[in-house]
Design a protein around this ligand. Structure first.
Ligand code: PLP
Length: 411
């Protein structure tokens, strides 16, 4: 018999949105070689790694070159020095008790939010907000949990939780019970947040329904307002029902360096087919120790430097820089009369496209008339139609220039 493929892969939407965007931008640039295109589409940072991080990174690389300090295979879960720093800085000040064996260092929140589903049964009903970071959906498609995509752009066996201006981007509790719930706040792509009461409703829902929340806190460091939780564990009882994902990508510029962590509390349980409770933490530990080699020593040393006073000061400056851009984008677009969301506790600005213009229509308009690239909202899910995402990660100069160009359009 010939080798068979995993046919679930054939259920994936054929073209990744950013590939489609690149194609359009390249075509445009070819026809308009003099156009100075400003890219505000992809969510990659632009500021270099902090000096404090680079210094530790260098030192650790040197350690690898000496037999006295050389490090071989490390613990798959991460080095204790980094885990201790994470607990001390990201959780204790918020009154959250986390033990070392609940933290798993990894090479990305993308990998962890993508891989986590494999420790759960295929029969679970998965809920995602709509629009959504595509990794949550597509990894469940690959695993065979979703069925195929219908005409409406929705996978038949996924539960979609629309987040639009109509509900203030707050996902409503589902009418039919769901098992696994992906929540990301501050949200990519909408840039919106949940306050403590709104998040507490989800924690209570999960406790009542024996569901598990997969909480992506990748943009936590952009939170500026007081009532917005930085961690789901700020909500009472959340350790019994939530896994939380963090990343050094967006707070400290590690997108090309790769370091992140995931918290899997020991209280968290799911059930086997006989209805017996099974703790989740040992399953994730088993998964990681079998399939993952851990993050390299120099990178974990570099990540630990994020928590030094100098590291904190430098990352604070970078985040302030991006948030200044976010403010400029918001103000310019609001002044033009556009409806704008996000950008207050997040680097993403979510624009309602003008009446009668689709997400892709707005993309084409900005590309052709202002030579500015953003991301059509519909690429993040059907409820993203009629919206458009702009990121604050470009330089201040480019951000100002882009807003000047857009302001001149008659929209
Ligand atoms: N989670 C969300 C919501 C994201 O938007 C991104 C990156 O854009 C990630 C996770 C990926 O993080 P990492 O770079 O740690 O893989």
């Amino acid at each position: 018999m010939p080798v068979k493929i995993n046919e679930n892969y054939l259920l994936l939407k054929s073209s990744y949105i950013f590939a489609q965007i690149n194609q359009k931008v390249n075509d445009f640039q070819e026809k308009n070689p003099d156009a100075e295109i400003i890219r505000m589409g992809i969510g990659d940072v632009t500021r270099p790694l902090p000096k404090a991080v680079i210094e530790e990174f260098h030192k650790a690389v040197d350690e690898m070159g000496s037999s006295k300090t050389f490090m071989g295979y490390g613990p798959e879960q991460g080095y204790s020095f980094l885990i201790k720093d994470i607990i001390k800085n990201d959780f204790i000040p918020r009154g959250i008790q986390i033990s070392e064996d609940e933290v798993f260092i990894s090479d990305g929140a993308k990998c962890d939010t993508g891989n986590i589903q494999e420790i759960f049964g295929l029969e679970n009903l998965v809920a995602v907000t709509d629009p959504v970071y595509p990794v949550y959906v597509e990894t469940n498609v690959m695993a065979g949990r979703t069925g195929s995509m219908g005409e409406d752009g929705r996978y038949e066996k996924l539960a979609y939780l629309p987040c639009t201006a109509e509900n203030d981007f707050v996902p409503q509790l589902p009418e039919e019970p769901v098992d696994l719930i992906y929540l990301c706040f501050p949200n990519n792509p909408t840039g919106t947040t949940l306050n403590k009461d709104q998040l507490a409703k989800w924690v209570n829902y999960a406790r009542e329904n024996k569901s598990i929340i997969l909480f992506d806190a990748a943009y936590e460091s952009y939170i500026r307002e007081d009532d917005i939780p930085h961690s789901i564990y700020e909500i009472e009882g959340a350790k019994e029902v939530a896994i939380e994902f963090h990343s050094f990508s967006k707070n400290a510029g590690f997108t090309g360096t790769r370091c992140a962590y995931t918290v899997v509390p020991k209280e968290l349980i799911a059930y086997d087919s006989e209805g017996n409770p099974q703790p989740i933490n040992p399953l994730w530990n088993r998964r990681q120790t079998t399939k993952f080699n851990g993050v390299s020593y120099p990178i974990q040393k570099a990540a630990a430097a994020v928590y030094t006073p100098e590291g904190q000061k430098e990352i604070g400056e970078s985040i302030d820089y991006y948030m200044q851009n976010a403010g400029i984008i918001r103000e310019s677009l609001i002044e033009m009369g556009l409806k704008v969301y996000g950008g207050v506790n997040s680097p993403y600005i979510w624009i309602k496209t003008p009446e009668g213009i689709s997400s892709w229509g707005f993309f084409d308009l900005l590309l052709k008339e202002a030579n500015v690239v953003g991301t059509p909202g519909v690429g993040f899910g059907p409820s993203g139609e009629g919206y458009f995402r702009i990121t604050a990660f470009n330089t201040l100069k480019n951000t100002k220039e882009a807003m000047e160009r857009i302001s001149k359009l008659s929209i």
